[in-house]
Design a protein around this ligand. Structure first.
Ligand SMILES: C[S@@+](CC[C@H](N)C(=O)[O-])C[C@H]1O[C@@H](n2cnc3c(N)ncnc32)[C@H](O)[C@@H]1O
Length: 390
């Protein structure tokens, strides 16, 4: 997810946002979606949760979810809980609105941007003339992994690179009018995703960092948060989407901080040197990869991190950490909001994956409501500990 959500952000430089707006039709159409999403997750969802909790089967499943020796497997329990939820018209209406908004973000958003195509193209071209900071390397020939190919993530037509003005759509349409209100996927209603990113970066245990790497950095919203907390750090990121990387370098330059970006499959080979980073951050990444690719990515991160370096992760909470009702809500994204690996990853354990890759001091905890943001952090053992283990 890569966008500005708050166009009043005081750190925005003059000229960072367009001086023109969407048409009234375009803007109001997006605002209706924001209002629907807010109503759905802010009003309907709590009623559906109460109805679930009040039902006999809901109570049994909640108890099984907490039990030390549960009767049902997590998958069976969520499947049973989904049946209880689906017997409630309030739940069904809430989910209808969620799906409707997720689709309409693009059905309405793309035409709203198209109405202003010439203006957005001119705005982008004007930025291209300004001096770009940092570096962008799109030259590597990177085979697209099978799991990534042809997925229309979050129902985005054509996937991350499917529309040349997705940057404008997220930054000036879906971001400020819909996503900024929260209440979708793991993001709670009213939650501010910009401050969630900053609070995540504050989970790094040291006071300062030399070089920080972000696999799956997208359009650098998270590296921007890293820059706000650790302005001294040299920032590097890699992603599989050329469009997001190009937009990311432009956005970072507009905010005045350099980033070094490259096209790479971070579950395979980042092309970075061994033991060259003091910190790794990942944000909203692992639920978009199959567990096997996540394991490979953690091995690659371990390789490029210096002994004693820290890794901090924010991703949706595992099913074991949330209520059984909330597990049904999260699980729904897999089949209904084009998130093919969401459930597989939430059933798995990033903690175990990190430990398998060799990390130590692995811990995970929530820093927000409904266990989101969910933080997992760990350290690559220091040189001495590595020598002792060898
Ligand atoms: C939900 S976005 C999050 C972007 C960014 N971390 C942020 O905080 O805005 C997930 C990103 O992971 C990227 N991605 C998925 N698999 C990847 C891989 N194997 N290597 C590099 N990037 C990957 C996608 O292209 C996408 O940009």
């Amino acid at each position: 997810m890569t966008f500005l959500t708050n166009l009043d952000d005081k750190t925005l430089k003059a000229g960072s946002v367009p001086t023109f707006t969407l048409s009234q039709r375009g803007r109001a159409g997006m605002q209706v979606l924001g209002a629907l999403q807010k109503f759905s997750s802010g009003v309907l969802r709590p009623i559906a949760a109460e109805n679930f909790d009040a039902s006999q089967r809901g109570k049994e499943l909640a108890a099984d979810h907490q039990a030390e020796e549960p009767e049902l497997s997590p998958r069976e329990r969520i499947a049973e809980a989904r049946k209880v939820c689906e017997s409630d018209p309030v739940y069904r209406l809430e989910r209808f609105f969620q799906r409707y908004v997720a689709e309409e973000n693009f059905n309405r958003g793309i035409p709203a941007i198209e109405e202003r195509r010439e203006k957005f193209e001119a705005f982008n071209a004007a930025q291209a003339e300004t001096e770009l900071l940092g570096t962008l390397d799109l030259n590597a020939s990177v085979p697209v992994p099978k799991y990534y190919d042809r997925i229309e993530w979050h129902l985005e037509p054509g996937g991350w690179d499917g529309y040349d003005l997705y940057g404008a759509l997220f930054a000036y349409g879906v971001g400020p009018y819909v996503f900024s209100l929260g209440g979708y996927a793991a993001v709670g209603i009213g939650d501010d995703i910009t401050s969630q990113r900053v609070n995540t970066i504050k989970q790094f245990p040291k006071d300062s960092y030399g070089r920080i790497f972000e696999p799956g950095c997208g359009g650098v919203s998270t590296l921007k948060a890293v820059n706000s907390v650790f302005p001294e750090a040299e920032l590097h990121g890699a992603d599989l989407s050329p469009l997001l990387l190009k937009n990311g370098q432009k956005m970072a330059s507009r905010f005045g901080f350099p980033v070094h970006l490259k096209l790479a499959d971070c579950a395979c080979d980042t092309g970075e040197a061994d033991e060259s980073y003091d910190g790794v951050i990942t944000y909203a990444l692992h639920h978009e990869l199959p567990p096997k690719a996540n394991r490979e990515m953690f091995r690659e991160m371990f390789r490029i991190m210096k002994p004693g370096a820290d890794i901090v992760i924010s991703d949706p909470p595992p099913f074991r950490a949330v209520s059984i009702f909330h597990a049904v809500i999260l699980d729904w994204d897999t089949d209904n909001r084009e998130e093919p690996f969401f459930s597989a990853v939430l059933h798995d354990s990033l903690d175990e994956m990190l430990a398998e890759a060799g990390f130590v001091n692995v811990e995970s905890y929530a820093i927000g409501r409904d266990q989101y943001p969910w933080i997992t952090r760990a350290m690559k053992p220091g040189a001495q500990a590595q020598a002792e283990a060898a």
